[in-house]
Design a protein around this ligand. Structure first.
Ligand code: RFL
Length: 388
């Protein structure tokens, strides 16, 4: 099969790129290892920030977003005391959308297929070849065992950290910078009323948070010890801990539908391109969930790449492709810095046994500035809205 762009991975990044290329009449094929049902039910992120909401609007894709608008208010609950930060007003009236990742993925799949897009689920053994020639060649095997060869001038690696794209790079082609934040969270989904605003709680008992995931669904984060397993945390232990850390004795509970553990880790690959392969989204950088920027950053890569490929194909102008990696990396490091700043502040301000009283006081001072210092609050509001 001959096309213009082969996209590996049908997560938010690959699907956003596919829709933007389709909008610009540029042929592409999307190869996804998993089934449609699987990718449409993978629960992860939950907030589309203001910058990304505008991006979908600009491309005529506003209808892929589901869920209610985010009113732009975040609650920090410190030792049970509420502090509301109105980041929408602080950023000049910008607000995002409470759109769970699986809702966005479903919307993007429906739009792409309705436009006649070529999206192949359950494609096994995807393997890129000849990354530095005139065209790349990618092989993949369909569920009936038939192997197809796809050729194209451009390959978009949107298949996450452990995908086939990263694995196809020769040794030394990219440098990988990783950081272990030495913090772990339980991630819990439950059928329980969501909070009125995203809620981040700091106390000596450890970090906890609660987010909207539907009219009757909440996502909770609960800081845990690195050696803890989800099996160590039955519902009888989860709910009292959440009530204590959120400072809310009346917090309603409900059936827990999913529980996992995530270790806070960050990663950035430099550069984000090699020959005809362009890495985008989690394939190039991984953020911790703190700050809610991972998916937002990922789909901004897709836009930068869609614009660059369109200029190359339509006008023979490859300057955007040459600048692609540097443009995306500058943004990626800004987002990593924001997320790390927030993670360090909210964890250090909590349990003093982890960092000692001096660092705890520093973190509490940083946090208090968000409630008392309009300059600090405005910078925070701008980052919550998303970098341009
Ligand atoms: P994805 O979503 O991982 O999609 C990659 C796709 O590639 C497929 N794939 C392959 N296909 C073909 N051949 C292969 N060899 C393949 N290998 C993999 C996979 O099946 C998949 O369909 O990457 P993408 O598209 O770059 O999107 C990135 C986001 O998913 C990620 O950044 C966010 O989920 C991060 N994240 C959050 N981001 C936010 O903006 N806000 C949040 O609140 C937020 N919360 C989270 C998160 C990530 C979490 N996890 C995974 C630790 C909460 C959690 C718990």
């Amino acid at each position: 099969v001959d096309t213009t762009v082969v996209i590996v991975g049908a997560g938010p990044t690959g699907l956003t790129l596919a829709n933007m290329l389709q909008h610009n009449d540029i042929p592409c094929v999307v190869l996804e290892r998993r089934s449609r049902e699987f990718v449409e039910n993978r629960h992860r992120a939950g907030i589309v920030d203001a910058r990304v909401r505008r991006m979908y609007q600009d491309w005529g894709l506003a209808d892929v977003l589901g869920g209610p608008p985010d009113d732009g208010i975040l609650e920090f609950r410190v030792d049970g005391e509420a502090h509301l930060v109105d980041h929408a007003t602080l950023s000049g009236g910008q607000y995002g959308w409470l759109c769970p990742q699986q809702v966005l993925v479903r919307g993007l799949i429906a739009r792409f297929l309705a436009g006649g897009g070529d999206l192949r689920f359950e494609t096994a053994d995807v393997t890129p070849h000849e990354l530095t020639g005139d065209r790349v060649r990618v092989t993949g095997t369909d569920p009936s065992g038939v192997t197809t060869t796809f050729t194209a001038p451009y390959l978009a690696g949107c298949d996450g950290t452990r995908g086939a794209s990263r694995a196809s790079l020769p040794a030394g082609a990219v440098a990988t910078y990783t950081f272990d934040h030495e913090v772990s969270w339980l991630t819990i989904l439950a059928t329980a009323p969501p909070p009125p605003h995203p809620l981040l709680a700091v106390s000596e008992h450890g970090y906890a948070a609660q987010f909207y995931r539907g009219p009757k669904a909440s996502r909770y984060y609960l800081q845990c010890r690195p050696e803890d397993e989800p099996a160590d945390w039955p519902a009888e232990r989860v709910w009292p801990q959440l009530r204590m850390r959120l400072g809310d004795d009346a917090l309603p509970d409900g059936p827990i539908t999913e529980i996992g553990r995530v270790d806070m880790r960050s990663e950035v690959c430099e550069p984000m391109s090699y020959g005809r392969l362009f890495l985008a989204g989690d394939a190039a950088h991984v953020m911790t969930p703190m700050g809610g920027k991972g998916m937002n950053l990922a789909v901004l890569d897709a836009e930068t790449l869609a614009v660059a490929i369109s200029a190359a194909v339509r006008d023979g102008d490859e300057s955007g492709l040459r600048a692609y990696s540097a443009t995306c990396l500058e943004r990626a490091w800004r987002y990593q810095e924001f997320s790390r700043w927030m993670l360090e502040m909210l964890h250090d301000a909590g349990d003093a046994s982890r960092v000692g009283p001096f660092r705890r006081r520093l973190a509490r001072t940083r946090l208090a500035a968000l409630f008392t210092d309009s300059t600090a609050a405005r910078v925070f509001g701008e980052m919550m809205a998303g970098a341009s």
